[in-house]
Design a protein around this ligand. Structure first.
Ligand code: OGA
Ligand code: NI
Length: 354
C-alpha cells in the first residue's frame, strides 16, 4: 500500500500553494484553452422525457436517435430520478470530501495506480512514465449487483451515506433501463431488446469525483480526454458549481453547462460497438477552475467480464457488415487499461475491422 498521501485536496488545503506539482502539468496541446467550450453553433441536446410513456414517445425516440448518432452525449430532464434524492446524494458526497483526511483514509483505495478497477477513496495517479496526473480526488464503489458491494469502503460518516447511496444506485439503474428501451427503439429493435439481451450481464460502478480549485487551472485537467469504455454512463453536475465537463463535437470542445434537474447521458465504447458504429462513444474531459471545487457523480454501466461484446447480430446483414470484432468485456477492459495513458479513442479503434 503506498504510504504517500496523494489527495489533491490536501495540496491546496491551506491556500499556500501557488504552483502545481510537475506531474499534473500537461503538455501544451492537451491543456484547456480559454477559447475552448464556447460555440455559438452547438449546444448539447436536452431531451425532455416528460410523457415518454404516452404520445410523446415517438418524438423522444427520434431525439434520442439523433443525439446518439450526432453527439453520443445528451442531457435528459423529467427522467424519473427524484430530484431530492440527487440533491441528498450530492450533499453527503460533499460532506464526505470535506472530512479531515484521516477520516477519508479509512476508505482508501488499495491500488491508486489502478483506480479504474479498484474501489474506495483515492486519487488516480499517473501510473505510467510519460502519463500525467488528474487534478481530482475520487470515491469509487462497485454498486451493482448488490452482491459485489464492499461496504468496508462505504463511508459511515455522514451516517445517512449508505442509505442515500443505495437509493441513488437503484434509481440510476432504473433510468439506465428506461434509456436502454428508448435506444433499442431508436435502433429499430423491440423496446425490451437491449434489456433482454443484457439481462444478468450488467454491472454498475458509482464514482464521486471531487475536483479541488487549482492555482494554475490552465495547466491541468480534472480528467484528461477519454471515452468511457463501458456501455452507458450517467453523470450529474451540481448547478451551484462552475462548469467543467467538455465533450468533443466536430473537432471543438463544447462545455456542458450544469442544468438544474438534468442527468447527462454518455454512450460508452460498448454502445458504439454494439450498434455497429451507428452510435458514438465520444471523447470528453473535465477542466478545473481557480476559485471553487467542483463535484460530479457518475454511474457507469458495464457488461460483466464474461459477456462477449461487439455488434449485435440483429443489426447485421449482407449490407451491414460488422465494423468491430468481438471479445469478452474483461479482455476489452484489460487492454483498454493497458493502453490508457494513450489518449482518447485509441482503444476502440483497435477493435475496428478495416
Ligand atoms: C468520468 C468523467 C467527467 C466529469 O469520470 O469518466 O468523464 O465531469 N468525468 O467529472
Ligand atoms: Ni468519462
Amino acid at each position: 500500500m503506498p504510504s504517500e498521501v496523494r489527495a489533491v485536496q490536501e495540496l491546496v488545503k491551506d491556500g499556500h500553494m501557488n504552483a502545481v506539482p510537475e506531474d499534473y502539468i500537461l503538455p501544451e496541446e492537451e491543456r484547456p484553452k480559454l477559447a475552448d467550450g464556447v460555440s455559438a453553433d452547438h449546444a448539447l441536446p436536452v431531451i425532455d422525457m416528460k410523457g415518454v410513456e404516452g404520445e410523446r414517445r415517438g418524438f423522444i425516440v427520434e431525439q434520442i436517435r439523433e443525439a446518439c448518432a450526432q453527439w453520443g452525449f445528451f442531457q435528459v430532464t423529467n427522467h424519473g430520478v427524484p430530484l431530492p434524492l440527487i440533491a441528498r446524494m450530492q450533499q453527503v458526497s460533499r460532506e464526505f470530501f470535506e472530512l479531515p483526511l484521516e477520516d477519508k483514509m479509512k476508505y482508501r483505495s488499495p491500488n491508486e495506480e489502478q483506480m479504474l478497477v479498484s474501489e474506495g477513496y483515492g486519487t488516480k495517479v499517473a501510473a505510467k512514465k510519460g502519463a500525467f496526473a488528474n487534478w481530482g480526488d475520487q470515491l469509487r464503489h462497485k454498486s451493482l449487483p448488490a452482491s459485489q458491494r464492499n461496504y468496508d469502503r462505504w463511508p459511515t460518516n455522514p451516517s445517512s451515506f449508505r442509505e442515500i447511496e443505495e437509493g441513488y444506485i437503484e434509481e440510476q439503474d432504473k433510468l439506465v433501463k428506461r434509456i436502454l428501451e428508448l435506444i433499442s427503439e431508436s435502433l429499430g429493435l423491440e423496446s425490451s431488446y437491449l434489456n433482454d439481451h443484457l439481462v444478468g450481464k450488467l454491472t454498475q460502478t458509482l464514482l464521486m469525483n471531487y475536483y479541488p480549485h487549482c492555482p494554475q487551472p490552465e495547466l491541468v485537467l480534472g480528467v484528461q480526454r477519454h471515452s468511457d469504455f463501458g456501455l452507458l454512463t450517467l453523470l450529474v453536475q451540481d448547478v451551484d458549481d462552475a462548469p467543467g465537463l467538455q465533450v468533443t463535437k466536430d473537432g471543438d470542445w463544447i462545455t456542458v453547462m450544469p442544468m438544474d434537474g438534468a442527468v447527462i447521458v454518455n454512450l460508452g465504447d460498448q454502445m458504439e460497438m454494439l450498434s455497429n458504429g451507428k452510435y458514438k462513444s465520444i471523447e470528453h474531459r473535465a477542466f478545473v477552475t481557480g476559485s471553487k471545487p467542483r463535484m460530479s457523480i457518475v454511474a457507469f454501466t458495464y457488461p460483466t467480464d464474461e459477456t462477449v461484446v461487439g455488434p449485435i447480430s440483429d443489426l447485421l446483414s449482407a449490407e451491414e457488415l460488422p465494423k468491430y470484432g468481438r471479445c469478452s468485456f474483461g479482455e476489452y477492459r484489460s487492454s483498454f487499461i493497458a493502453s490508457s495513458g494513450a489518449h482518447g479513442k485509441s482503444h476502440i479503434q483497435s477493435m475496428a475491422i478495416v
